[in-house]
Ligand binder design. Structure first.
Ligand SMILES: [Zn+2]
Length: 539
């Protein structure tokens, strides 16, 4: 216990130091740079006036003089101030913690949408993006300025350059495909931007080492990227969760790798995600016919695998509570798994109504066989990946009789599909949980708990906390051996804000461990919302 306390005292101190960097105290920032302190990577960028280059704090280059340094909270802020990315420390590979900041949900959601290409293309604008987030354009600009120090447009421009730079560096994709994938309107604009920023054409940035990589388009051979996270990362817990919920034909886990089929903008493909602990990264291979979809697919992967979270800082905050301290110490890298697709999650939840994980999973697999879209043969991986999850249109057109489910549940499935066709943004993480719950409740057959469950997981909200969940309350029994009421647990959880979703993961994991230790028959997973596929049975 003493050891734990000391460990967390150190992490709390480190966390405090990071928060200081958030305010960008120049002296503290310079010390981080001098010591090449990896804890500031992704949070702090250093522009060097004498060279015009900006770096990560861990850059191996000689430390510049203090008076030549300018410190920025984001790569975009450094770039907007006129600095260009360093070719040695490669700011595009810093852990992307933008979605984690937790200070403004609107900013986090906006960043996620921009990362998926919301400000690319001629039709896109800050006004349209703001509309999707339920705020005005001026308000969105103000929020971005306040939290990130730059405008949404500057964030989008930096993202394009850094994503293109990663593709140039790590793949043999043709330059024309990279220009499209990164969201540049044309090859000319792509070339001009690189010439201006790096004073050389994009092709000059390509490493000789990539010559050994297979050559070809993303559709033919796939593209492999590394996505960095900030350690620790509990990869076994994440894989166990994904395996427990995997739908046959659509997704599978084998040899420490997660694979699934992807439907994006009417086209089909696959993704494959493994872990490279030595690089603090996930390695992702995407096979997809259109390079335009790359940012959106990468965005989904980041959400499902919770790559934007700084779990050390979150854990340090949660461990101030003696109930959570030992749990956080035991599983420091636990993350909140996101859902791949909101509609898919809603269908799975509605179909699994009042069942446990395993029967629900079998039923969903039958639905997929019944009306999923077959993957083109060249993309199939044996018999494990051969179908894409049904779209709303697939379900509406299908005869669901062979599923052998109560007619009320069939009606709910159809109503979900109709609602999604009528409002494609219904299940997207754009608004608040309460707003989504209200809209979902309007669908026949969707009750309060089901709506809340879907909203919580589809929105990937770091502060969501389903205090009504029985497994969660059991997990919180802890210190005084009393199981809290939902209201009592809500009160107890107040200081855990803004990361109550992470506290919930720890409580569920603790409950799972206690349940399996006491040899009950209940099946539990380390990262799971609860053992039931639908919270109605535990309400
Ligand atoms: Zn550098």
């Amino acid at each position: 216990m003493t050891e734990n306390r000391e460990r967390w005292a150190i992490i709390r101190w480190q966390c405090g130091a990071m928060m200081q960097a958030e305010r960008l105290n120049p002296e503290a920032s310079y010390r981080a740079l001098q010591t090449r302190d990896a804890r500031f990577d992704g949070r702090l960028f250093v522009g060097v006036i004498s060279t015009g280059i900006y770096c990560r704090p861990i850059c191996p280059a000689r430390t510049p003089k203090f008076e030549n340094c300018r410190f920025f909270p984001s790569a975009a802020a450094a770039q907007e101030a006129g600095f260009r990315p360093c070719l040695r420390c490669r700011p595009e590979t810093a852990p992307n913690l933008g979605s984690w900041r937790g200070t403004s949900n609107t900013v986090s959601r906006g960043l996620a949408l921009i990362a998926e290409g919301a400000l690319d293309g001629d039709q896109a604008s800050v006004e349209v993006l703001a509309g999707r987030l339920g705020v005005g354009g001026r308000q969105l600009r103000r929020l971005f300025k306040q939290h990130l120090g730059v405008s949404p447009i500057a964030i989008a421009q930096t993202r394009r350059v850094l994503f293109a730079k990663q593709l140039i560096h790590d793949t043999r994709m043709p330059m024309t495909e990279i220009a499209i994938a990164a969201g540049f309107g044309s090859l000319r604009r792509f070339n001009e931007t690189f010439q201006r920023l790096f004073r050389r054409p994009p092709s000059a940035l390509r490493r000789k080492a990539v010559a050994s990589l297979p050559e070809g388009s993303v559709g033919a051979i796939g593209v492999t990227l590394r996505l960095r996270y900030r350690p620790p990362y509990d990869w076994p817990a994440m894989l166990t969760h994904l395996q427990a919920h995997a739908v046959a034909g659509v997704e599978c886990v084998g040899n420490e790798v997660y694979r699934r089929t992807v439907w994006q903008d009417g086209q089909l493909g696959t993704v494959e995600i493994g872990h490279l602990p030595e690089y603090e990264s996930l390695v992702v291979t995407i096979r997809f016919p259109s390079v335009r979809a790359l940012p959106a697919i990468v965005g989904r992967i980041r959400r499902v695998f919770d790559l934007g979270a700084d779990v050390a800082a979150i854990g340090a905050h949660l461990a101030q509570d003696p109930l959570l301290a030992p749990l956080v110490a035991e599983r420091p890298g636990l993350r909140v798994a996101g859902s791949w697709d909101g509609f898919e999650l809603a269908v799975r939840t509605a179909l699994g109504h009042q069942s446990t994980v395993e029967p629900a999973r079998r039923l969903v697999s039958r639905l997929v066989r019944l009306c999923g879209t077959p993957l083109p043969r060249e993309l199939c991986v044996g018999t494990t990946l051969m179908m894409c999850f049904p779209t709303a249109a697939n379900i509406l057109a299908a005869n669901l009789a062979p599923l052998d489910i109560p007619s009320a549940r069939k009606t709910t499935l159809m109503a979900l599909a109709k609602a999604n066709l009528g409002d494609p943004s219904l299940f997207q993480p754009l608004t608040t949980i309460d707003d989504t719950v209200t809209r979902l409740r309007a669908i026949p057959g969707i009750g309060e708990w089901t709506a809340r469950y879907i909203a919580l997981h589809a929105l990937h909200e770091p502060d969501a906390f389903p205090a009504y969940d029985i497994a969660l309350r059991r997990g919180a029994t802890g210190l005084d051996c009393q199981r809290p009421s939902p209201a009592g647990l809500n009160d107890r959880a107040e200081p855990w804000r803004p990361w109550r979703a992470y506290a919930a993961q720890h409580l569920w994991a603790a409950d799972a461990a206690w349940q399996s230790a006491s040899h009950t028959t209940a099946r539990r997973q380390p990262i799971a919302s609860s053992t039931t596929a639908n919270p109605s049975v535990i309400a």
